[in-house]
Design a binder for this molecule. Structure first.
Ligand code: ADP
Ligand code: MG
Length: 394
C-alpha cells in the first residue's frame, strides 16, 4: 500500500526523521491559511498524488508571496497531473501540501528497500539526489551505494559511518546528523513493515542540517493486518478499482496489457500460465489467482472483472484441483455465464480432483463459447488462437 508524501512526512515526524514543516489543504483558502501559519517568505505547493516526477510535470510550485500560494493551489487542485510515472492519463489532484521553501545546498538520494535476492533490507544512496534511481541503476550502477542491514542485528553504527564516508561527507557534525537521520529512518522502516521508503532528494541546508524534501513510503500489504492505524491513510482514489474489488472477494487480481484474460488457482500456476501464453505468442491481460477455496461467487466475480477489460479477446481458465475441486469451478463458470454476458471464447482446462465430473458438467451445460483443453500447453495454444480469431469481433 502506498501513501501520500504528506502522510509519509507525518510518520517521519514521529520517528525523528527531519522534513520541512508543512500542512495539507484541499481548497485554495486552506492552502493560504497554511502558508500564513508557516510564515516565512518562500513556500512550496505540492500536488499530492501517488506518483513521482511531479516537479517535472508541473506539480510542484515554488512561490514567493501569499497570493501566489493561493494561485498555485487553485491551479493544482482539480488538475490532472501527468508525470512519467502516471501514464498518459495522469492523476487527478485532490490535495496539495503547502511546505516551507528550503534553500538547498546539496541534494542526495536515500532509500531503504527489501532486497529479495539477499533477503534483507538494504540502504541505497547516491551523491546526486533528484535523479531517477532506475536510470542510474541502468546506466551507472557503480554509483549506487548499497548497505545491507541484517535484520537480526539491526542497524549498526559502523554502517552509518560507511554510508557518510561513501557519500563524501567530511564535516563531523554533518556526519553525525546524517547518521542519526538514517538510524531513525531504519527504525521507521523495520517497525512498520515498510517495503520501501525513498527520500529523493534528501537535502543539506545552509546550516548543515539534513531534511527529507520528498517522501515516498510503501507498506507491505501482507503485513497490513498488524497496522490497522494505517488503514485510514489509504486513498482509494489512487488504487486500481478492479484490483480493490477483487481483493474484497479474496481474489488476487492485477491488470496487465495483453488480450488474454486468465483465471488460475495458485500464484505459481498463474505465473506459469502467463509464461506459457507468452510462449505461444499471446499476451496475458491480467494476473488472477482465485485462491485455494474459490466459490462460484468468486469465480463469477473474477469473470466480471476480467470482462470489464475491453482488451480481452479470449479467456483462459486453468485450474488444477487440489484443495479446490474442479466440479465447483465448473459450476462457478456456469453460474457466471448466467449473470455476466461472456462475449469472448473461453478456453477451460480443469485437471486434478473431480476433473471428470467437471468436464461432464460443462458438456451438459451446453454453453456457447467454451473450448475445452487437455493440458496447460494445449490450453494456452487454444487461447492464443481464439484471441487471434476473435480479434476485432468485439
Ligand atoms: P517529485 O519527486 O515528485 O518531482 P519532489 O518532492 O522531489 O517531487 O520535488 C521536486 C523538486 O522540487 C525537488 O527536487 C526540489 O528541487 C523542489 N522542492 C520540493 N520541495 C521543496 C521545498 N520544500 N523547498 C524547496 N524546494 C523544494
Ligand atoms: Mg522527488
Amino acid at each position: 500500500m502506498n501513501i501520500h508524501e504528506y502522510q509519509a512526512k507525518q510518520i517521519f515526524a514521529k520517528y525523528g526523521v527531519p522534513a520541512p514543516r508543512g500542512f495539507i489543504a484541499n481548497t485554495p483558502a486552506q492552502a493560504l491559511k497554511n502558508a500564513q501559519e508557516l510564515g516565512g517568505k518562500v513556500w512550496v505547493v505540492k500536488a499530492q498524488i501517488h506518483a513521482g516526477g511531479r516537479g517535472l510535470g508541473g506539480g510542484v510550485k515554488i512561490v514567493h508571496s501569499l497570493s501566489d500560494v493561493k494561485k498555485a493551489a487553485t491551479e493544482l487542485l482539480g488538475m490532472t497531473l501527468v508525470t512519467h510515472q502516471t501514464g498518459p492519463e495522469g492523476k487527478l489532484v485532490r490535495k496539495v501540501y503547502v511546505e516551507e521553501g528550503i534553500k538547498i545546498v546539496d541534494e542526495l538520494y536515500l532509500s531503504i528497500v527489501l532486497d529479495r535476492a539477499i533477503e534483507m533490507p538494504i540502504i541505497l544512496a547516491l551523491k546526486e539526489g533528484g535523479v531517477d534511481i532506475e536510470t542510474v541503476a541502468a546506466k551507472s550502477p557503480e554509483k549506487i551505494i548499497k548497505i545491507p542491514i541484517d535484520p537480526d542485528f539491526g542497524y549498526q553504527g559502523y554502517q552509518g559511518r560507511e554510508l557518510v564516508f561513501a557519500l563524501g561527507i567530511k564535516d563531523k557534525r554533518e556526519q553525525y546528523k546524517l547518521q542519526n537521520f538514517v538510524k531513525a529512518l531504519y527504525n521507521l522502516y523495520i517497525e512498520n513493515d515498510v517495503q520501501m521508503v525513498e527520500i529523493n532528494p534528501l537535502v543539506k541546508t545552509k546550516t548543515g542540517s539534513f531534511l527529507a524534501l520528498d517522501a515516498k513510503l510503501q507498506f507491505d500489504d501482507s503485513a497490513m493486518a498488524r497496522h490497522p492505524e494505517f488503514e485510514e491513510m489509504r486513498d482509494i482514489h489512487e488504487e486500481n478499482a478492479d484490483e480493490r474489488e477483487a481483493s474484497l472477494y479474496g481474489l488476487s487480481y492485477i491488470s496487465l496489457e495483453g488480450e488474454i484474460g486468465c483465471m488460475v488457482n495458485g500464484a505459481g500456476l498463474a505465473m506459469g500460465t502467463m509464461d506459457t501464453i507468452n510462449y505461444m505468442g499471446g499476451n496475458p491481460a491480467n494476473f488472477l489467482d482465485v485462491g485455494g477455496n474459490a466459490n462460484p461467487e468468486a469465480v463469477a466475480k473474477g469473470f466480471e472483472i476480467i470482462l470489464r477489460n475491453k482488451n480481452v479477446k479470449a479467456i483462459f481458465i486453468n485450474i488444477f484441483g487440489g484443495i479446490v475441486r474442479c466440479d465447483r469451478i465448473a459450476n462457478g463458470i456456469i453460474e457466471a455465464t448466467k449473470t455476466v454476458e461472456v462475449n469472448v471464447p473461453v478456453v477451460v482446462r480443469l485437471d486434478g480432483t473431480n476433473a471428470i465430473e467437471a468436464a461432464d458438467i460443462l458438456r451438459h451445460a451446453n454453453i456457447d463459447n467454451i473450448i475445452t483443453a487437455t493440458d496447460l500447453a494445449d490450453g494456452a495454444k487454444k487461447a492464443v488462437e481464439a484471441a487471434n480469431n476473435s480479434q476485432g469481433k468485439k
